[in-house]
Ligand binder design. Structure first.
Ligand SMILES: [Zn+2]
Ligand SMILES: [Zn+2]
Length: 261
């Protein structure tokens, strides 16, 4: 994990976890001002914050400040998706902060199934009604299928990690055909070997590959990203891009090379 080598920590100004808005407001309407037509759109699809994940130390504003600092050094990070553990509160919005920092901030969830963790984007009221999101043993086949049926998209998280990733379960007989469309093959919390195992799984079964930092702390945000074909300003945009199949995982180091070309 050489590219994950530790960097100087940006001081975390934990001052604000207060950018919560009234229900009904749409989220993520800010597009990065740097998003030109000719390049890919880089989104970190997996992150946790102090607002809703008790194992996280990073605040949303801390993540935003870190991304702004990364951009000044030539890296290209358009935004991130908060995927807090086992929950989704539709009333939470980070629109004001997102606009202030010109970083896209979207929200999904990381749920737990019998075959490991699953990232879900586009969680509808119906989806929330059908499942107890706090369960640690949700039925994976239904999670993947109902996510799609209700306008969302589900991705197998850190697929190469033992027990909480899909690869081990597939090796044990779990059938992904017709169930799983994409897995996270570049996860910032996984080892190189675990990410390689995830990639092997994806290649063997023709699955889409996404990247996410799995940040729990500020300096980890944006380290692993997914490169999309079009700008993404809302969770609906993200679901459409994931459904298109036109995306790939990328490290933050690679965005600098691509961005400075
Ligand atoms: Zn996880
Ligand atoms: Zn996670």
């Amino acid at each position: 994990m050489s590219w994950l080598a530790s960097e100087a920590r940006l001081s975390e100004d934990g001052a604000t976890a207060s950018a919560r808005h009234a229900p009904g407001q749409r989220e993520g309407q800010t597009i990065s001002s740097g998003a030109g037509a000719g390049r890919r759109f880089y989104l970190d699809l997996h992150s946790h914050s102090t607002d809703a994940s008790d194992d996280a130390g990073g605040t949303v504003e801390g993540y935003l400040k870190w991304i702004v600092a990364r951009r000044k050094r030539g890296y290209v990070v358009d935004g991130f998706v908060l995927t807090e553990h086992r929950q989704f509160d539709p009333a939470v919005s980070y629109d004001a902060l997102a606009e202030q920092y010109e970083v896209v901030v979207l929200r999904g969830a990381e749920l737990e199934t019998e075959v490991g963790h699953v990232l879900v984007y586009g969680i509808s009221e119906e989806f929330s009604r059908r499942f107890d999101l706090s369960s640690v043993r949700l039925p994976s086949e239904e999670i993947f299928r109902v996510a799609r049926e209700t306008g969302g998209f589900a991705v197998g998280a850190h697929a190469g990690r033992a027990s909480i990733g899909l690869a081990e379960h597939v090796a044990g007989g779990y059938n992904v055909e017709g169930v799983v469309e994409a897995v996270e093959t570049l996860n910032g919390g996984s080892s190189d070997a675990e990410n390689a195992l995830a990639l092997e799984l994806a290649q063997e079964h023709g699955l889409g590959c996404v990247g996410g930092s799995d940040a729990h702390y500020v300096s980890a945000i944006g380290r692993c990203l997914t490169a999309f074909a079009h700008p993404i300003a809302s969770i609906e945009d993200l679901v459409a891009e994931l459904a298109s199949g036109d995306y790939y995982p990328i490290t933050i180091e690679e965005t600098r090379e691509a961005g400075s070309a």
